[in-house]
Ligand binder design. Structure first.
Ligand code: GLY
Ligand code: MN
Ligand code: MN
Length: 432
């Protein structure tokens, strides 16, 4: 494992100029109320480059000619804290067990870190993710610049896009972990299709998903699950998850577990009573056709905007066919008429973060898909109760979302184990 992190450090730093330094802050514990915390989740960039999972740590990688040096600042060994909160590696453990070249206690950072900046040309740092830390980096750099007024000044440069580009193409080992996350989430969705019935509360279904994730090794969700019955599905980031599930409505569940620091992201929409109504099915078929065609467009060499265009076209045509939109398709696409019903993008990169940090454009041009990228494909149609559509469509909110790996010549749907075909969904729901 240590070798894997060292390789990542070497790869990233090879794109930086000689005589530069990269500083990456780890995550801190965050208060939820008074003195109780949210569960700790390490910062993805920090973990990607270090594999170190203790809060309040800071990684520094120095590039000096062809030599790289990794330096970490970690929580101090503390017998009492370790009795309450568990083991700490401390600087010695960080060197011995994780292979950092140098390691120090956190309380030395303000004196030691600026010394490591002396005579460097550039400090790279991912700005804008942590206000308090942004200021520290500026202060440390000022401290180093002020130590020797007659030497060259050290510049600070943003490292976000470099980190994003490095994380965009997934290595084989990462793909295997994501595959596992996807498999756990797909199993949970399939099990939930047999569990859901009228009279349950959205919170029952949320708890069921969390249990299904946890029992397979994915204790945490990669994002707050959206469990939305009926018209709640039209609130895109619905999170209350506390309403009754009514006979005759659909349920939209957008839920994916995190497994070994990697996300999965699946949405399925299915009938609470196990049978789609005529109107629900008509809208569902449009979203499914858009999803399948958009997945087809995820292939090496295609522009990353292609699935978006495909989904807009199929959804617009579908809404014309069922009488919700009226007009000529190219004009309707031109004016974005579909946006009243399909108001989000077709997908996003996925990796350690569910909305992963890779770029979509370079030099004002969209990237092309290439092997090792992973994107979600998740078109939807949402017809809320105030919509201009006929009242018979009101309350229908449908999204179908899968996680798609770009392979050498094609793509692989990592979440296809949970059905999207409406007949398969109905037979699964009615099989228990
Ligand atoms: N679950 C968040 C998303 O689908 O983007
Ligand atoms: Mn998504
Ligand atoms: Mn999602």
């Amino acid at each position: 494992m240590i070798g894997m992190y060292r390789k990542r450090q070497e790869k990233l730093i090879s794109s930086l100029p000689d005589n530069s330094v990269l500083i990456i802050p780890g995550a801190c514990l965050r208060l939820r109320s008074q003195d109780t915390h949210f569960p700790f989740r390490q910062d993805s960039n920090f973990y990607y480059l270090s594999g170190f999972n203790e809060p309040d740590s800071t990684l520094m990688i120095r590039k000096d000619k062809n030599k790289i040096e990794s330096i970490i600042f970690v929580p101090k060994k503390d017998k009492v804290k370790e009795i309450w909160d568990g083991y700490r590696a401390g600087p010695e453990g960080a060197k011995k067990d994780y292979g950092f070249d140098k390691a120090f206690d956190n309380d030395q950072i303000d004196t030691i870190l600026p010394e490591f900046l002396l005579n460097k040309n550039k400090v790279y740092y991912p700005f804008g993710n942590n206000d308090g830390f942004d200021k520290k980096v500026v202060d440390w750099t000022h401290a180093a610049n002020n130590q020797d007024r007659h030497s060259g000044k050290i510049d600070i440069a943003d490292a976000n896009s470099i980190l994003g580009s490095n994380r965009l193409i997934k290595a084989f080992a990462e793909i295997e972990v994501i595959r596992q996350a996807c498999s756990i989430s797909a199993s949970a969705h399939s099990a939930a299709m047999q569990f859901v019935k009228p009279g349950l509360n959205e919170s029952d279904v949320e708890a069921y998903y969390m249990y299904e994730f946890a029992k397979r090794g994915g204790r945490y969700a990669a994002y707050n699950p959206i469990v939305a019955g009926g018209v709640n599905a039209c609130v895109l980031h619905y999170n209350d998850n506390n309403c009754m599930l009514n006979d005759g409505d659909l349920i939209l569940v957008d839920a994916g577990c995190e497994f070994n620091m990697y996300a999965s992201d699946i949405t399925r929409t299915y009938p609470i009573n196990g049978k789609f109504s005529k109107e629900q099915l008509a809208v569902y078929e449009i979203v499914l056709a858009a999803q399948q065609a958009s997945i087809e467009a995820v292939r090496p060499g295609n522009s990353v905007i292609e699935p978006q265009k495909v989904s807009e076209k199929i959804i617009t045509q579908g809404l014309i066919d069922i009488g919700i939109l009226d007009g000529e398709i190219s004009e309707l696409i031109e004016i974005g008429a579909f946006r009243e019903y399909y108001m989000h993008k077709v997908g996003h990169w996925m990796g350690m973060d569910v909305h992963d940090v890779g770029p979509y454009m370079q030099n004002d041009n969209y990237l092309e898909f290439s092997e090792g990228m992973i994107t979600t494909i998740e078109p939807g149609i949402y017809i809320n109760n105030k919509s201009n559509a006929d009242a018979k469509w009101h309350g229908i909110g449908i999204r179908i979302e899968d996680d798609i790996l770009v392979t050498k010549n094609d793509n692989e749907n990592l979440t296809s184990a949970v059905p999207t075909d409406p007949n398969e969904i109905e037979s699964l729901m009615n099989s228990s």
